[in-house]
Design a protein. Structure first.
Length: 623
């Protein structure tokens, strides 16, 4: 500490660059006034990310740091995913969004409740510098009728230029009720709000300055039309299902489009059709990224003949000489449905789904070209039942930048030529088929130095084998909720202590698990010293009593009794069988389990249960 204090402020600020918000605050908050001032300055130019905090760190921030920097923070990220209840707690402590007067960027991730989201957005109208809003995910699907008010509040933010609403899931009717014209929004993304062309006409009318746009468009009706020309739009990313006429109508109203990124499902647009569309309507196009999923089971030709015909339409001078745009097809020769994936090269999409399409052919002059898929961050497959899916000898692509990997074990040695580096891997979802697969899992751990999250699913009852591995030094989040495919596994006391004493358990910060007995919840919290969030389903949660409103949260009340009030204990909003405990490590209160109080509590619970039974059956008999 003395050595750190001897460093100049400039060097300390450079050092802060290497820390994320959590580790920076854990290391330096509250040390002395000098470090508090440096933190103050740091968050004037960097994001204050409250997504992955322990409860005690958040309490320290709200007590010691936020009062000093709230009027200087320029970028803020709030989440309910790893910090359930944080947004509500922030507002209840008086840190309303209107006090962040210098805020330029706001990111909201998995906000659980509509009322909270609405309050936050409403308060944003008092932020004179807010230009970027990101709603990444949103969990409350029951308040759809109020989405319109939320959208109108967003459209009324006079300085907002970049608006990502991919976290909102609703229908086009809500967009049709937008009644506020935004004079500022230039970049808009609404991937999970499907639109038709009539809906887009309304949206464009109330968002006249759009330059970049992303949406999902379904348009099959002849009465569906885009009625207004949008000369301001320069780039569009589209998930499209519809007719060729609808595509014509869309593109003819975007004369200045220079970039088109489009994914289609079951829309047959061959190279000749695309050539005509682009030549006719898009004179300024510079970049064209296409991915099409097509099914040809009604076609009498073989799948190879179909592919040759399709590829030949992309071999005209327009494609090969004028633009040098090449395409590649993937297919499975034994697929009875004859599914084909076609995409432009180089591959520019961030997800890649292998789906056992092992054969490839392209329009490249050299088939060895364009096998580096560096844009791909998410790799997955479509069918976990087939262990041959991950036969990587059939796949020639190389993935250097994978962040999320969904994979079957086991795989052969060609895997490492397809994934030469796992240095960027943060999230791993694995399917286990046999005991020996765990050795390959350890090999994956050894190569993934930044791996943060592990989700495990198995066809064998062998999860305890996981805790015998040398394991990974970087894993902090473990999901064992759906560990077995064909049934639920509830961890016993012995299982819990095997986890507690494992290397994974010692370093685990977020755990999702099914537990047999509620007492073992307290064991996990007491003995897993790094644990900051526990998400669990308990077998003795009295599921059948949830019809009685008064006993709905009996287990939550039991936990609140035995744990400190500084913990936040809530049920998951979309999966009420799951309970979340956001843990505060500064408190040590866990009542002894063998106390007379516990016995009395169980006695009272049993008495309450019997009383509820009597009331319930008396009501039935009375009716």
């Amino acid at each position: 500490m003395v050595q750190l204090e001897s460093l100049a402020n400039e060097l300390l600020l450079d050092l802060f660059e290497f820390f994320d918000t959590t580790h920076l605050l854990q290391a330096f908050i509250g040390l002395n006034s000098r470090f508090n001032k440096l933190l103050n300055y740091h968050f004037q130019v960097h994001q204050l990310n409250l997504k992955s905090l322990s409860k005690e760190i958040f309490d320290n921030i709200s007590e010691k740091l936020l009062p000093l920097i709230i009027d200087q923070v320029i970028s803020l990220r709030l989440s309910s995913d790893e910090t359930p209840g944080l947004p509500e707690l922030l507002l209840s402590r008086g840190f309303t969004l209107n006090r962040f007067i210098c805020l330029q960027s706001l990111s909201l991730y998995r906000i659980n409740h509509f009322d909270t989201l609405y309050k936050i957005i409403y308060q944003c109208r008092y932020l004179p510098h807010l230009t970027h809003l990101n709603i990444v995910k949103y969990d409350d699907e029951e308040r759809q009728e109020n989405i319109v008010d939320l959208l109108n509040n967003i459209w009324s933010l006079s300085t907002l230029t970049h608006c990502n609403l991919n976290g909102l899931q609703t229908n086009e009717i809500r967009l049709l009720n937008i009644s506020i014209i935004s004079s500022s929004i230039e970049y808009l993304s609404i991937e999970n709000i499907p639109c038709n062309l009539n809906c887009l006409s309304h949206l464009f009318k109330f968002t006249p300055r759009l330059q970049q746009f992303c949406t999902t468009l379904y348009s099959y009706s002849r009465n569906d039309h885009l009625t207004n020309i949008m000369p301001s739009i320069e780039s569009i990313k589209l998930y499209f299902g519809g007719s060729i006429q609808s595509m014509n109508n869309l593109l003819e109203n975007m004369p200045n489009l220079s970039r088109l990124i489009i994914t289609t499902l079951q829309v047959y647009l061959d190279g000749n059709i695309w050539e005509q569309l682009i030549s006719t309507y898009l004179p300024k196009i510079k970049r064209f990224d296409l991915k099409m999923e097509l099914e040809f089971r009604e076609n009498n030709n073989t799948i190879e003949e179909t592919i040759d015909e399709l590829l030949s339409s992309f071999r005209t001078p327009f494609w090969l000489q004028e633009h040098q745009w090449y395409v590649r097809c993937h297919w499975n020769p034994s697929d009875p449905y004859k599914w084909i994936t076609l995409y432009t090269l180089p591959y520019s999409f961030d997800t890649f789904d292998y789906s056992n399409k092992s054969c490839t052919k392209s329009t490249c002059y050299d088939e060895q070209q364009y096998w580096s898929y560096d844009h791909v961050k998410i790799y997955g497959h479509g069918n976990v039942e087939n262990t041959l899916l991950d036969n990587f000898s059939l796949l020639r692509a190389r993935f250097h930048n994978i962040h999320h990997l969904q994979i079957n074990l086991s795989f052969d040695n060609t895997f490492w030529s397809r994934f030469p580096s796992l240095n960027h891997l943060k999230s791993l979802h694995v399917y286990i088929y046999k005991y020996s697969d765990y050795y390959q899992l350890q090999t994956l751990f050894d190569q993934a130095s930044c791996l943060y999250s592990l989700k495990l699913q198995s066809f064998i009852d062998s999860s305890i084998k996981l805790f015998e591995l040398t394991t990974s030094k970087s894993i902090r989040r473990i999901d064992l909720i759906n560990i077995l495919f064909n049934r639920s596994i509830y961890y016993t006391k012995e299982d819990c202590f095997t986890l507690i004493n494992s290397i994974l358990g010692i370093q685990c910060e977020i755990l999702s698990i099914r537990i047999k007995h509620r007492i073992n919840i307290l064991d996990l919290i007491r003995h897993m010293s790094k644990l900051r969030l526990l998400i669990f389903e308990c077998e003795d949660d009295k599921e059948f009593f949830r019809n009685f409103s008064s006993s709905k949260n009996e287990l939550v009340q039991w936990l609140q009794y035995y744990l400190s009030s500084t913990h936040i204990i809530t049920r998951h909003p979309r999966q009420p069988s799951l309970i979340r405990i956001w843990i505060n490590r500064e408190t040590k209160k866990i009542l002894p389990l063998n106390s007379d109080i516990l016995k009395m509590k169980h006695k009272n619970t049993l008495s309450y249960v019997l009383t509820s039974f009597r009331q319930y059956f008396n009501k039935i008999l009375g009716d």
